[in-house]
Design a protein around this ligand. Sequence first.
Ligand SMILES: [Zn+2]
Length: 165
Amino acid sequence: MTGPESAGATPRWPVPEPMRAALQAAQDAALAGEVPVGAAVVRQGAIIALAANATRSPPDPTGHAEIRALRMAAEALGEERLTGCDLYVTLEPCAMCAGAIAHARIARLYYAASDPKGGAVEHGARVFEQAQCLHRPEVYAGMGEAEAAELLREFFRERRQAPRP
Ligand SMILES: [Zn+2]
């Protein structure tokens, strides 16, 4: 259990283990120069896949944390549909990932920080609200939001300061 460390004015829910793991994966990604986003797939209370954003090496425009975690989970289960699985991700999924989440039949989606620029769940395309969306997960936002947003802020702050080659 976590201690009473979040003694701020706004009480926060304790961040559940899968989101903590996703945040850690995001932090590791930042050290590798990748945009810090992490994702975990959970089945029956156990993390069966954990991945971070990895689009730079090898170069892969689809290497978002969610896509990588879904692939990993499908491989682990030997099934293309992850029925009964939950996905935890540190940032609101983009349109590509939201589509993949629907295809994977994810039961519950938990994401930490909102992404007004690139998100497609509560922003932009709002993929799960479209009539063409074949499967809608239950969506829960905000757990671990402060931590996830801080990782991203720090990453982009450092990149702005870094000298361009
Ligand atoms: Zn994405």
